[in-house]
Design a protein around this ligand. Structure first.
Ligand code: KG4
Ligand code: ZN
Length: 335
């Protein structure tokens, strides 16, 4: 049985988790603390990197102590320390990875540097003994990625966004509509009472044979509509029509990916997977086509350290370890 402490600090969430597991048994999340800095960044309309890193460093020690306390574990009982080392904001990544390295150094235990996207990718399978072959759609604030997954550590890129990430599009359109940051949850709420067919926004690249995405044309279409209507448009209809366009693109491409790869299981992860309309549309489309859909539980959709701890646990149990001299990588690719 191995017990790991993991830190996530790639953007504006400071998170610490303690995860326990052994080969062939599902992992247990003994503690998962998340301090969201959303309120701090809201007045700036987006994440301010220096504010983020300073607050990671202010919060981290307290969160580590709380996680150990909640899990009922002493620091000396931790078998390995993990942290996100990329992709993300350089100054934010440095805080979490340096803290994890320091604890590893002080206790003489190994350190594991984890790719944030692998954390998201594995999050739907946290309660399983292994990671099954599947098609993975990762939709977050910084990334939109389709992958063919053979098993843990065996990933093939099928497609990704050529411009904005899905979450980024939600956040930018939210701003245009005068909604608070982050725009994703605000748009979802506004869309509930809107007509998704009110505005015929473009579904860019939906019918192209490749599996890439583009959301900038959609974002511009919303902007032009707003300019044309001079603020007279119905915000609920605009939000619902925009959200529906994003959903149609994501669902269409994911089903094509499943068809092309022959996989019968789809995994959905990342902050945008909090969106209920997206989950329901993908679930319905998968059921119709005979595929199963697995999503992360809502606590583990947006940034958290449990997913980093789970990715680290699988690697640790397989004998993996990172060097204390390893750097952080703001643009670290997954494949
Ligand atoms: O995975 P995440 O917490 O951070 C990154 O790795 O980027 O994702 C954050 C993104 C933000 O863009 C946010 O607007 C979006 O997830 N998001 C949503 C919803 N909740 C969060 N987008 C659409 N609908 C939601 N309910
Ligand atoms: Zn994320």
């Amino acid at each position: 049985m191995a017990v790991l402490l993991a830190i996530e600090s790639s953007c504006d969430e400071t998170a610490v988790a303690i995860v326990r597991g052994s080969v062939g048994r599902p992992a247990e999340v003994l503690a998962s603390e998340v301090f969201s800095q959303i309120e701090l960044h809201r007045e700036h309309g987006g994440v301010v990197p220096e504010l983020a890193s300073r607050n990671h460093s202010l919060r981290l020690r307290g969160l580590v102590e709380k996680a150990l306390n909640d899990a009922g574990v002493e620091i000396g009982e931790i078998d390995a320390f993990a942290a996100t080392t990329g992709p993300g904001l350089a100054s934010s990544l440095l805080i979490g990875s340096t803290a994890a390295k320091a604890m590893a150094c002080a206790t003489g235990r190994p350190f594991l540097g984890i790719n944030h996207l692998e954390g998201h990718l594995l999050s739907p399978f946290l309660d399983r003994t292994s990671v099954p072959a599947h098609v993975a759609l990762i939709v977050s604030g910084g990334h939109t990625l389709l992958l063919d997954v053979e098993g843990q550590g065996c990933y093939r890129r099928l497609g990704g966004t050529r411009d904005d990430a899905a979450g980024e599009a939600f956040d930018k359109v939210g701003k245009m509509l005068g909604l608070a940051y982050p725009g994703g949850p605000e748009i979802e709420m506004a869309a509930r009472t809107g007509n998704p067919e009110a505005y015929p926004f473009p579904r860019s690249m939906l019918h192209d044979a490749h599996l890439d995405f583009s959301f900038s044309g959609l974002k511009t279409a919303v902007l032009y509509t707003l300019q044309r209507e001079g603020g007279l448009g119905d915000i609920h209809d605009l939000a619902a029509s925009f959200q529906q366009a994003v959903i149609d693109i994501l669902v269409g491409k994911t089903l094509r990916a499943a068809r092309l790869t022959g996989r019968s299981l789809v995994g959905l992860s990342g902050g945008v997977s909090m969106n209920r309309a997206l989950r329901e549309a993908l679930r319905e489309a998968c059921a119709k086509a005979g595929y199963d859909l697995v999503t992360a539980v809502s606590d583990f959709c947006t940034d958290n350290a449990a997913m980093i701890g789970f990715a680290a646990l699988l690697r640790h149990l397989a004998g993996g370890e990172s060097s204390l001299d390893d750097d952080i990588h703001p643009n670290l690719p997954l494949v």
